[in-house]
Design a protein around this ligand. Structure first.
Ligand code: C5P
Length: 322
């Protein structure tokens, strides 16, 4: 005992990064690809720091998990609108009692967390993260897979044909300009998400497949910025935080694995690839550092859970008395 090392410090700032990563983050903080406006001076100057429970209530009231439905313009006027699910994801999936969110971090390797992860009522995974061959560490159950538009569009992930994507429901997302309406976004997505969506739906018509409303991404981004003392990257939150908040709106309790790194913390980017880069854990394009500060603040589990299991415990929004 007494050997518990450091876990994620919720006051992490870009000044604590190595010089290479610090420059990359500072470049993204200065760049504004999506035309983010009116970000304000940041949390410290504008209001006192919120406690974890206060922050949870802010998230519940300020962030709405929305998905595209056929009634929304411009989709309502397009012939393929009927391929979109009739209802939003939050009225069709769940509610679940317990949920696991499995980050794809390299620190899941040799974690032995597979059984624990599979014991949840629903399991969320990300992008091209496999279970086959990694069951002992990440489990085998997939209830929802959250995929970004880069994965949806790229040929080498074989998105249309790979069995990797065939289990559970899919939820896709693509960054929209900050102030764009759906029509403006439709005409300038980062990747061709809608063409791929239509192809995938034709090939796999029975699998539920939702697309996040970009308003959700920017509402969540705003909450991160409002609660940080420095300007964050003006890019949407990572899939990891989007999926965590998605599950908080579907589940009574959410366990997030290796988003806040355990004692197995490593520069190995993903548990399923031999590629090393600290940016995967600390962020470059995404405001991942600040996402982790926020998750640390709302964690209801212990530091030992983080250290030993890489496990964070979050309440579902439905259980909060705000
Ligand atoms: O890389 P990818 O986006 O597919 O990983 C899924 C999510 O897991 C990321 O968006 C990020 O939130 C989280 N992650 C992490 N640390 C890593 C790798 C992924 O926190 N080393």
């Amino acid at each position: 005992h007494g050997s518990m090392g450091e876990v994620w410090d919720e006051e992490m700032s870009s000044s604590m990064l190595g010089s290479r990563l610090r420059k990359v983050v500072q470049n993204y903080q200065a760049m504004n690809k999506y035309g983010v406006e009116n970000t304000g001076p940041g949390g410290v100057a504008s209001r006192p720091k919120l406690s974890g429970p206060e922050l949870l209530c802010h998230l519940k009231s300020q962030v709405q998990v929305l998905t595209l439905t056929p009634d929304l313009q411009p989709f309502a006027s397009l012939s393929w609108a009927s391929q979109l699910p009739d209802k939003a994801v939050t009225s069709e999936l769940g509610p679940y009692k317990s949920c696991a969110v499995v980050s794809s971090a390299g620190s899941l390797r040799n974690s032995g967390l597979g059984k624990e992860i599979d014991s949840h009522d629903a399991v969320l995974r990300f992008n091209a993260a496999p279970t086959s061959g990694y069951e002992k560490d990440v489990g085998s159950k997939t209830t929802i897979r959250l995929i970004n538009s880069q994965v949806m569009a790229s040929d080498d992930h074989r998105f249309l044909s790979s069995s990797l994507y065939s289990e559970g429901a899919l939820v896709g997302w693509d960054p929209a300009p900050f102030s764009a309406n759906l029509s403006q976004w439709y005409n300038r997505t980062d990747y061709p998400i809608f063409a791929q969506y239509q192809r995938y739906r034709r090939l796999h018509p029975l699998q539920p497949f939702y697309i996040l409303h970009p308003r959700f991404e920017w509402q969540l981004w705003q909450q991160i910025q409002d609660n940080m003392a420095e300007p964050i990257q003006k890019n949407p939150p990572s899939s990891g935080l989007l999926g965590t908040v998605l599950m908080m709106s579907l589940c009574e309790v959410v366990h997030v694995y290796e988003f806040l790194p355990s004692r197995r913390k490593t520069e190995l980017c993903h548990y399923y690839q031999r590629f090393y880069d600290a940016a995967c854990t600390l962020g470059a394009y995404h405001p991942l550092l600040y996402e982790k500060n926020l998750v640390k603040r709302i964690n209801q589990g212990t530091d030992r859970d983080i250290f030993t299991y890489g496990r964070v415990t979050l309440p579902g929004f439905s259980t909060l008395n705000c």
